[in-house]
Each structure stands twice: as C-alpha cells, then as structure tokens.
Design a protein around this ligand. Structure first.
Ligand SMILES: Nc1ncnc2c1ncn2[C@@H]1O[C@H](COP(=O)(O)OP(=O)(O)O)[C@@H](O)[C@H]1O
Ligand SMILES: [Mg+2]
Length: 588
C-alpha cells in the first residue's frame, strides 16, 4: 500500500512523548506563561502568611512598633482579596490553553483517521481508536491541568518558603533540607501501597462495566429463554468483587489519611518544641515569631513535596496517552493522494490489466492475473464461491487497496496516478450492510450533498422504492433514523442507501452483495430500485441471487482469485462450464 510518513501540518507528533507534548502546547505557550505568572502571585499568601504571622507574633512578644504589623496585615489582606479575580484569570489562561490544545489534538486525530487507509482501519479496532480520541486526550488534558495546578502550588510554596526562611532564619536551612525530604518520602511510601489498591479497584470497576455491557447486549437472548436468574448470578460475582475491593480501598484510604495526619502533626510539634527551645535559650537569635513561621513552613513544605512526588504517576499516565495518540498521528498507512492528478469527470471505462493483489507479503494472492475491459454503462456481475476474491476486486476498483502487480485504467488513465478522493466523487458504493447514521432520513440520503433539494431527494427515494414508506414515517423526510437504522427493516434501510447512491448520480456503481441479507419480498422492491440505479452507469455487482446477475451484460466467474470464465448469462449456461454448475447448485 502506498505510504508516506512525512510530517504534515500542526498535528504531527513525532519524536519522544515530551517533545510531542511541547509541540502540542507550542501555540499556547504565552497563555501558559501568563498562567504561571498569575499563579505565583495568587498563591503567594500560602508562603507569605507564615512570615506575616511571625511579624505579628514578634510585634506582640518583643513590643515592636505597631506600624510593622499594620503593613504586614494590609499587604496580606490585599493579596487575599485579589485572589478571587486572579484565580479566575488563571483558570481562564490555563484551562483555556489546555482545552484548546486537547480539542486540536482530537481534531488532528479525527483528520488522521480520515486519511488513514482502509487497510489500517481493518487492522485496528474501532474501540481502540475511540478510546484514543476520547480517553487519551482527556488523560493528557488532566495531566497538564493537574501538574500545573498542584505542581506549581508545591513549587511556589517550596521556593517562596525557602526564600523566607533563608532571609529570616538562615540557620534552619540545613535542618529543613534534611527533614522535609525525609518526611515526604515516608508519606510517599504509605501512598504507594494505595496506588496498587486503586489499580485493583479500577480494574474491578472496568470489569463490571464490561459485564453490564455484555448483560444488556444479551438481554434479548436472556429474556427469550427465561435465563434472567442465570444472567443475574453472573453479575453477582462481579458485584461482590467490586464491593470487597472498594471496601478494602476505603479502609486503606482511611488508615493512610489518619496516619499521615498524625505523623505530620507529630513532626510539627517536635519541630515546634525544638525551635521553641532554641528561641527560649536564645541560642541562634531566634525570635518567637520565627518559631511560628518555621513550624508553619515545615508542614506546608512537606505536603508540597509529597504532592510533587505523587504527580509522578499522573505524569507517566499522561505521557503514555501522548504516546498512544502519536501512534495514530504517525501511522504511515496513509492513502497517498498528494500531488496526484485530480479527476474532474468520469466516463466510466474501466480496464483491469493483469491485476494481482495480496493483502500482505506472506499471504497468497487474493486476486491474480485479473484482466477485464469494461465499456462505459456496462454492468458486470462477479460471481464465485466465498473467498474467491470478488470483494477484493471491488476494493481495488474503489482504491481502498492497490494492485501489487498489473494496473487499473480509468478512462484510459492509470489509477495509481489519480487523486482517489476526487475520483470517488463519481462513484457510489452500496455495501451488504446498509450503514445509516443517527440523523433524519433527509440527512442520511443527502449525506455529503448539502445542496440537494427536496425534489431531488424525493425523486431519489421514489426511484429507490422508498418514498412510500418514508411518507408513512412520522415526520416523513425529517423522521429520525435511529443509530444504525434500528427501527427500519433491512429492506427499508437498504432502499435508503440506494436512494443515497442514486442522489449522487454516480458514473460508477459498486454493489457488494447488496441484496443478500434481504427476504424475497423486500428483495423484489430493492431489485427494482437497483435496476433503476444501474441504468446508464458502469456497474460492478456481486450477487448470489440470479435476478441481479441475469440482467448483467457480462458475468465474471471467479475462483481462488482468478477468472474462470466471462460472458453473458445465456452464453455461459450454454457453455456448460463452471457458471452452469454454480447455477445448477444454487437455483434461485
Ligand atoms: N482484509 C483482508 N486481509 C487479509 N486477507 C483478506 C482480507 N480480505 C479478504 N482477504 C482474503 O482474500 C481472499 C479473497 O477475499 P474476498 O475478496 O473477500 O472474497 P469474496 O468477496 O469473493 O468472498 C480470501 O482468501 C480472504 O481470506
Ligand atoms: Mg465478499
């Protein structure tokens, strides 16, 4: 398959996860810098407060002039009051840039999903891709928000506090630099056991979600066979597990919270007493105010440090998500359309010249030596047992896959040199499973054709034998078609898809077993609709039922990827070859 991994546009996330993250936030760097600046100012009370308290205490104890106290109080009051507007400003700056970057990442992912080849999509589960666009981006957003919120808080407290202590009581700096990391390490140890329990609990909850999903999907089967009790018992197990791991987690949480609270406060009291003794004996010229300040600073800085360290799992999870997203953004399985000739019109002549295709190097050829020349307006039916390569031929024609040997000419031009996206404006594909999306009948029929007027839509519906039932739907054209067309019958959905194909007025029509899932009554209606659809267009149709095949200009019989015989129905029957045998085996 044609591929290219040249970086393109703003959504390239090459290199390491950190670099990728940097590139993602590059357009928002000024907002982020602004957020940091605003944060430092708004957060300053946390490390200034102990200083102010110290001034106040000293004013009282040492009977200093009151003016100093008033100034300190005034300053801190002012900073406290402006905290509200500053905080809002900060949220606006930080979350504004995070949400914007997240949206850009999501949009880049969606764009990329549209560019990746059908082969890539066949290999990759839709659920996984969904998780990347929804959950991974969310995780990245959370990581940046949390590290900024808590990380900045902790860093400002530490730096500010150290500065204050350094100025007021530098003798304590070495002592603090030992106690603070020690205390936070201890806290972290307790918390790390929490993480494991959190993980177990999360897995149990995920398991529960999967079970509930499974249960709801099975409800028609369960209820139809009176197996409700059985299904509920299957749930009980899972529910019990969530209960016990939840309780275990709660207990542990309680224990950790209480222990760290007790520990931190004991540490505080010890430190307070120690510094009080130092002040009392007048060893280092420490004042009563200094004692208060130091003990306040000790608690805030140990918690800050612990906070910083607890960010590690958040960051590693976030970086993992960045990696997961860049996997998609850097996947090389692109459909290579850049710089190729745009198609501005299609007559409908198709020529396969000794085309071969293998899905990968190790596999045998799914189609080989396929040679066929089709005139504009001709209808070609492909028949053959399942696995014969019929769908592969159609996918080659759509350009979902490319020949590994030979070539396909469209109106005499090699398809390899064409911009497939422009070429596909002239084709319509009706697959076996009619795919409708959550929207109205009108939106589904006019998908990709916003300019289609009512008259055109109704004409398409009429030709598709769908107008009658659409007019009987409440709301008519505006009637909602539920997700995947749940409340329409298979035949009705298929006729809506045919109306969609008709409205596009394609030059090239591709039908892959479009009628094989239908009952005979709706098949007759679909059949009529198809007959109208086929008229005047080059058509490739794969069908099992004879009616569709009968009317084809030529029938191509395939087996094991190769053409066995070609000819119109009557001639092939007369020849008494593979088609005649196939026909005798499946009289329809
Ligand atoms: N996406 C795919 N990846 C790998 N092999 C495939 C893929 N699609 C089809 N094949 C293989 O190619 C051969 C032809 O398949 P296909 O064209 O779908 O046959 P048909 O439509 O006639 O039933 C089969 O052997 C099938 O297993
Ligand atoms: Mg098939």
């Amino acid at each position: 398959m044609a591929s290219s991994d040249t970086p393109r546009g703003h959504h390239d996330l090459g290199g390491g996860a950190l670099r990728a993250l940097g590139r993602l936030f590059r357009p928002h760097r000024w907002r982020l810098c602004g957020a940091v600046g605003v944060f430092v100012v708004k957060h300053s009370p946390v490390w200034l407060l102990p200083l102010v308290t110290a001034t106040i205490v000293d004013t009282v104890v040492l009977r200093l002039p009151l003016a100093g106290m008033w100034v300190a109080t005034g300053v801190i009051m002012l900073i406290l009051v402006v905290n509200y507007p500053l905080h809002l400003f900060y949220v606006r700056l930080l979350h504004g840039s995070v949400r914007r970057a997240g949206t850009e990442l999501r949009s880049a992912l969606c764009t990329r999903l549209q560019e990746l080849s059908i082969g890539y999509h066949n290999r990759t589960s839709a659920g996984v891709l969904q998780a990347k666009v929804v959950r991974d981006v969310e995780t990245v957003e959370q990581m940046v928000q949390q590290t900024t919120d808590s990380g900045l808080g902790a860093v400002t407290v530490l730096v500010g506090g150290l500065a204050v202590v350094g100025v007021r009581a530098p003798q304590f700096l070495p002592l603090l630099s030992v106690i603070v990391p020690l205390a936070s390490l201890l806290l972290l140890r307790v918390r790390s056991s929490l993480r494991d329990h959190n993980e177990v609990f999360r897995q149990d909850v995920e398991h529960l979600a999967a079970r509930v999903n499974e249960m709801t999907q099975l409800i028609p089967v369960t209820r139809a066979h009176g197996l409700e009790g059985h299904a509920l018992r299957r749930m009980d197990d899972t529910l019990r597990r969530v209960l016990s791991s939840g309780l275990r987690l709660d207990l542990l949480n309680g224990r950790v919270a209480s222990l760290s609270w007790v520990f931190l406060n004991i540490l505080g009291v010890v430190f307070l007493t120690a510094s009080a003794l130092i002040a009392y004996w007048g060893v280092w010229g420490i004042t009563a105010g200094d004692v208060v300040m130091l003990s306040a600073f000790l608690t805030t800085s140990t918690t800050s440090l612990a906070m910083l360290m607890s960010l590690a799992p958040v960051i590693s999870k976030g970086l993992e998500s960045v990696r997961s997203a860049s996997e998609v953004l850097r996947a090389p399985a692109l459909e290579d359309n850049t710089g190729k000739a745009e198609v501005s019109g299609v007559r409908g002549a198709v020529e396969f010249q000794a085309v071969g295709h293998a899905y990968d190097e190790t596999r045998r050829l799914a189609v080989r030596d396929f040679t066929l020349s089709v005139a504009p307006g001709e209808t070609i039916a492909l028949v053959g047992p399942s696995g014969a390569g019929k769908s592969t031929v159609l996918n080659l024609l759509i350009g979902f896959i490319r020949p590994v040997s030979g070539r396909i000419l469209l109106d005499g031009v090699d398809m390899a040199g064409l911009d497939l996206r422009t070429y596909r404006r002239f084709i319509s594909v009706v697959p076996q499973e009619p795919i409708l999306f959550d929207g109205t009948v009108r939106e589904n029929v006019a998908f990709g054709m916003p300019d289609a007027d009512d008259a055109a839509i109704r004409a398409a519906l009429r030709d598709a034998n769908a107008l009658d039932f659409v007019d009987h739907l409440p709301g008519g054209l505006e009637a909602p078609v539920a997700d995947r067309g749940a409340h329409l019958s298979g035949g009705q959905r298929q006729r809506l898809v045919i109306a969609r194909a008709l409205l596009r007025d394609p030059r090239l029509l591709i039908l892959d077993e479009a009628t094989s899932a239908l009952d005979t009554r709706s098949e007759a209606l679909v059949q009529q609709a198809l007959a109208r659809l086929v008229r005047g267009r080059t058509t490739f149709v794969v069908a099992h039922r004879l009616a569709t095949i009968h009317n084809a200009d030529r029938i191509v019989v395939m087996r094991d990827g190769a053409i066995q015989e070609i000819g119109p129905h009557d001639e092939l029957l007369r020849r008494d070859g593979p088609y005649a045998r196939l026909h005798a085996g499946h009289p329809v």
